[in-house]
Design a protein around this ligand. Structure first.
Ligand code: C2E
Ligand code: CA
Ligand code: CA
Ligand code: CA
Length: 274
């Protein structure tokens, strides 16, 4: 038993060390990637509730490492947050997305903000500067935040979001329903849009009451005067049920996957996604 115990501890230490080395590696490589401008931004179409008309796109950062290949944002965004690189990464995505969106008039552009960015005192000035430089109409810009912005200093976060809205941009609460006290956040945050997490969309059509919670969330959002977007829509059945529930907008592989700016531009010229 003793041996097994020690083995486990050794294995644990080993795993931990690997993890730390891996994080250090990603961090170093990410510093170079940011400096060398090798990160890119992909765009995923967002369609109206009827599922036929494209109304906007979400910007999603991408990193193709020369040796490792594609490193998912779920990995390197977290490293950026821990390593003090998130402000720089966030501004890169913001500026690139606004510049690309100039080529597709009338569509909105949704950009993810890390809680670290929302906590940053310089955020409002950064966004104002990027808007000014791009010439994009602020009403075309949606900034996606998560419940995480409330962890440290909820009052400061609320104030910052109000100032952002003062610039004319809209605020969406991303991943809604995946956290803990989502319902109380809804009242407290100055937001315009609710993005329902994939977690509530994927059971649609699979289990008999899979749609009950989703219908309630859509109704709640609408009752609060928010626009409601469902993400992770993968099947025709889900699209139909979401439409019946009264969802305003949808996003998911059923319509299109995230794609490079050039491919997205082609889609906007063709107009229709499906
Ligand atoms: P998110 O903001 O919830 O973005 C949606 C994710 O779902 C994207 O993953 C997208 O590719 C994926 N997705 C879209 N449609 C479907 C579908 O039908 N089925 C499934 N299974 N997945 C779908 P991605 O691009 O890997 O990004 C993962 C997360 O990384 C994002 O989740 C976001 O939290 C973060 N992220 C990505 N880009 C940025 C960025 O520029 N800034 C910040 N702060 N975070 C980012
Ligand atoms: Ca998002
Ligand atoms: Ca999301
Ligand atoms: Ca998510």
């Amino acid at each position: 038993a003793k041996k097994a115990g020690r083995g486990r501890i050794l294995a644990f230490h080993h795993g931990l060390e690997d993890e730390i080395n891996e994080r250090r590696f990603i961090e170093q490589e990410l510093r170079h990637a940011l400096a060398d401008g090798v990160l890119s931004v992909f765009y995923q179409p967002i369609v109206a509730g009827d599922g036929l008309r494209m109304v906007g796109a979400e910007a999603l950062v991408r990193w193709k490492h020369p040796v490792r290949g594609n490193i998912p944002p779920s990995v390197f965004v977290a490293v950026a947050e821990q390593a003090g690189l998130m402000i720089e990464l966030g501004e890169f995505v913001l500026r690139r997305a606004l510049a690309d969106a100039r080529d597709w008039p009338e569509l909105f552009i949704a950009i993810n903000l890390s809680p670290i960015q929302v906590r940053d005192r310089g955020l409002v000035r950064t966004v104002a500067g990027a808007l000014g430089d791009s010439g994009i109409e602020p009403s075309r810009v949606v900034l996606e935040i998560t419940e995480g912005v409330l962890i440290d200093n909820p009052e400061e976060a609320k104030q910052r979001l109000k100032e952002l809205r003062g610039l004319g941009v809209k605020i969406a609460l991303d991943d809604f329903g995946s956290g803990y006290s989502s319902l109380s956040y809804l009242r407290r945050l100055p937001i315009d849009k609710l993005k329902i997490d994939k977690e509530f969309v994927s059971p649609l059509g699979r289990s008999a009451n899979g749609g009950v919670i989703l219908q309630a969330i859509v109704a709640l959002g609408r009752a609060l005067g928010l626009s409601v977007l469902a993400e992770g829509v993968e099947t025709e059945e889900q699209r139909l049920l979401l439409r019946l529930a009264g969802c305003d907008e949808m996003q998911g592989y059923l319509f299109a996957r995230p794609m490079p700016a050039s491919a997205f531009l082609d889609v906007t010229r063709r107009g229709i996604v499906l």
